[in-house]
Design a binder for this molecule. Structure first.
Ligand SMILES: Cc1cc2nc3c(=O)[nH]c(=O)nc-3n(C[C@H](O)[C@H](O)[C@H](O)COP(=O)(O)O)c2cc1C
Length: 260
């Protein structure tokens, strides 16, 4: 499946993490479209997405100040990776964000949850292979119209609206063309665990390289997964500017290079 950038690029400006849901079920046609994208958007064989049309019973848990507590969602999606692949985390970020942006474009709400969930409960509704792991989940449904007190607290806790400037994120090179600017502006808005924004960018003549801000990855929620989300945003920005490219994966602290 080709990247429908004309749908996903505008969606990246609309997407926001939402954690309190209404009981309203999404229409069948909407869910069928989301299922189609889960099935057909498989750019990397090591990652797949399961859409579970059931309530996420016991899937979500809360910890610090109930951070991560998701309530009321009618459905959820699980992002599953084959852990034998060294690039599984960034691929999960890239593919998971693609499906989340499709959901956003369909009018649905979501929230990446990488820490505050129970993998066994998440995998209760689908088969999971020996080397596979549920890396993250998201509720799927319609959020309450206004933010309730808990959601406001969580949003503040993660400082959700605060994003670093490109000046802080670019570690080599400078913006020399409109496609690079569009790509990096899109990447800057990517969601990350606790809004840590661990991506840094190096700009070459015909490339943008994503690396982690730390020398080593985190053993809890992978920074490479966050960087995979930023990778998709980079590609969407580039495509929206009329530029296509290819990804080459790199070792720590590098993540991947997008060459056009
Ligand atoms: C990989 C990943 C894991 C996350 N895990 C959690 C989580 O466990 N609980 C939670 O409430 N939010 C979680 N979030 C949501 C972030 O806190 C949120 O994306 C960030 O604060 C930016 O806010 P925004 O998504 O509204 O732009 C996660 C986000 C990502 C990308």
């Amino acid at each position: 499946m080709k990247i429908p950038f004309e749908i996903w690029y505008p969606a990246l400006f609309k997407r926001q993490s939402r954690r309190s849901f209404l009981p309203r079920l999404p229409e069948e046609g909407i869910i069928a479209q989301l299922e189609r994208v889960c099935r057909e958007f498989r750019p990397f064989s090591e990652v797949r997405v399961e859409l579970v049309k059931d309530k996420p019973k016991k899937v979500f848990k809360g910890l610090i100040g109930r951070y991560g507590k998701v309530t009321g969602a009618p459905h959820y999606m699980a992002f599953i990776g084959d852990m034998s692949s060294p690039r599984v985390q960034e691929c999960a970020g890239y593919v998971g964000e693609a499906v989340i942006l499709e959901a956003t474009a369909l009018g649905l709400d979501s929230c990446w949850v990488g820490g505050m969930f129970r993998p066994k409960a998440a995998a209760a509704h689908f088969p999971i292979g020996d080397g596979e792991k549920v890396l993250s989940v998201t509720p799927v449904g319609y959020a309450e119209v206004s933010y309730n007190a808990t959601e406001r607290l969580l949003k503040g806790f993660a400082k959700s609206e605060k994003r670093r400037s490109l000046k802080q994120l670019i570690i080599h090179g400078h913006i020399h063309s409109p496609w690079v600017e569009k790509a990096l502006e899109a990447a800057r808005l990517a969601p990350s665990a606790a809004n840590r924004q661990p991506w840094r960018f190096s700009i070459g003549d015909n490339s943008v390289t994503v690396s982690m801000e730390a020398a080593r990855d985190s053993s809890f929620i992978s920074r490479r997964l966050d960087c995979g989300i930023a990778m998709l945003h980079i590609e969407l920005g580039a495509l929206a500017a009329g530029v296509t490219g290819r990804w080459e994966f790199l070792d720590n602290p590098g993540v991947a290079k997008f060459a056009v």
